[in-house]
Design a protein around this ligand. Structure first.
Ligand code: ZN
Length: 501
């Protein structure tokens, strides 16, 4: 059977490469490409995506998988060959379900919708983009029809990001989290806001840039297999296990932007740099789901990067870099500023505690849209209503309301949001397990050492790539299913101490 496995790998390698080449073109577009290159670049990426889809849906690949079926049955679930066959089959079967002309038509429409949104958001003009969004919603429902066995219309969309999760499973976890989070946010925000003016002074860009790079290298981000560049929206991209790049954005008057952006993206990148080299060139060489990916970016950014032990080590060198700005600011004041909680309308600027409320609002609204219970024209009002109920504020306008996130305006409606909060929940589950085995991790952080934590994550999560689903990983690591307990404990401990509640 080894010759068949070799044949499978030969078939898969160009699919992997086509994706990497598209990513490279997109990375270039977001960093260095002049605006004049946009339309040709869109055409080039679409061409490559078409080729990739063709290879992935090739009937020859289906036959090869069929021939390997009996062999797969003889192997344990966690063997590399079995995983390779299983995950390839999943990708192949999902791709075959959706006809190529539908994909081309839908993505053509999404490109136009994105353009319309780019103009509508600054103009605070939901009405112009509304017909586009209605059509996108229609495409999303039609997409779901290619998976008629699904229990809920959102399930096939959720599976694209968080395979194994369903609308009902996510709703159940979110309802529990919502019930515990809303009162906690209320109690904390009633204590009065922390003062974060120390972060809003003038911090020269190049010093911020260098400090961020130094911090993430210390966490374990390997610059021989990565690099840091600037882009308007920070992201991580992967051309191979040996080339995993991040981008960040620097703001002179916001010390958190570059630093926490870098730590967040480095968390994604550590995951991708940690995939076992033997998986290169296969569909296994990638983080397993949006949720698990986000669990890593948030674990490093929030649980590690916004913690006291972390800053006991990093604050003195930061003060040396900015003696005028921070020389007289105590570690305690600085730590409180970094963890300021406030009711604000914008998701991407939200603190750790309120962030999940923003995500759950979007998830619930998109389910209602997909179910046909909410019309697109009533969406702005539904949005305001939920913000009033959950956060006690009403966004000043649609620009900072229903138009604020690009997710609904550049692809299918559904699937793209739940991963952020699943990731937060998972990050605490994973860290709890790591600390149980290695309580010394906290003391090491105070010394600026992260090797024990990183190698534990590497061993348990990173090296496996897509071999295991999120549920598999959670079960293997924690011995149980996804649950919110450890995450709520983490939030209560941290914010209880910070706000004296
Ligand atoms: Zn992220």
């Amino acid at each position: 059977m080894q010759d068949k496995i070799a044949e499978l790998r030969r078939h898969l390698s160009p699919i992997y490469d086509l994706k990497a080449i598209s990513y490279l073109l997109e990375w270039d577009q977001s960093t260095y490409m002049p605006p004049g290159g946009a339309s040709a670049r869109a055409r080039q990426v679409a061409f490559l995506e078409g080729l990739r889809h063709e290879r992935l849906t090739d009937p020859a690949l289906g036959r090869l998988l069929e021939e390997l079926h009996a062999y797969e049955e003889t192997l344990p679930y966690d063997s590399e060959d079995a995983s390779l066959i299983r995950v390839t089959r999943r990708d192949h079967e999902r791709a075959v379900r959706v006809p190529a002309p539908f994909v081309a038509e839908a993505y053509g429409h999404f490109a136009q919708t994105y353009q319309a949104w780019m103009e509508a958001r600054p103009a605070n003009d939901f009405e112009t983009v509304r017909p586009y969004l209605e059509k996108s919603l229609d495409f999303s429902r039609r997409y779901a029809e290619f998976f008629p066995e699904s229990e809920h219309v959102a399930d096939p969309l959720i599976a694209e990001y968080d395979y194994g999760m369903t609308a009902s499973a996510v709703s159940k976890v979110f309802a529990e989290l919502h019930a515990e989070l809303v009162p906690l946010v209320k109690v904390v925000t009633n204590q009065g806001e922390a003062d974060d003016s120390c972060l809003r002074q003038r911090f020269p860009e190049s010093t911020q840039w260098d400090f961020a790079l130094e911090v993430i290298q210390r966490l374990g981000y390997d610059l021989r297999r990565g690099r840091q560049d600037k882009s308007p929206h920070p992201f991580t991209t992967v051309f191979s296990i040996g080339d995993v790049r991040i981008t960040i954005r620097v703001r002179e008057r916001d010390l958190g932007e570059a630093l926490f952006g870098a730590i967040h993206e480095a968390g994604h990148a550590l995951y991708e740099q940690g995939v076992e080299e033997g998986l290169e060139g296969t569909p296994l060489a990638e983080g397993t789901s949006a949720g698990v990916h986000e669990s890593q970016s948030r674990l490093w950014e929030n649980i590690v990067g916004r913690s006291q032990p972390f800053w006991r080590f990093f604050y003195p060198p930061l003060q040396k870099l900015f003696p005028e700005q921070l020389g007289k600011v105590s570690l305690d004041t600085f730590y409180r500023a970094l963890n300021k909680v406030q009711r604000s309308p914008i998701r991407t600027e939200a603190d750790e505690l309120t962030y999940n409320l923003h995500v759950m609002i979007r998830f619930d609204l998109e389910l209602q849209l997909l179910e046909g219970k909410l019309a697109v024209r009533d969406l702005p009002e539904a949005w305001r209503e939920r913000y009033r109920a959950d956060l006690g504020i009403v966004p000043p306008d649609d620009r900072d309301g229903v138009l604020q996130d690009l997710h609904w305006y550049w692809g299918f409606v559904g699937g793209a949001f739940q991963g952020y909060t699943l990731g937060n929940i998972q990050s605490a589950l994973f860290l709890e397990a790591a600390l149980r085995e290695h309580p010394e991790i906290v003391g090491e952080m105070e010394e600026g050492e992260f090797a024990t934590l990183l190698s534990w994550l590497q061993e348990k999560i990173y090296r496996h790539g897509r071999k295991f689903t999120a549920d598999d990983l959670i079960e293997r690591i924690t011995g149980g299913p996804l649950r919110i307990g450890p995450y709520m404990d983490y939030l209560r401990d941290k914010y209880g101490a910070l706000y004296g509640v």
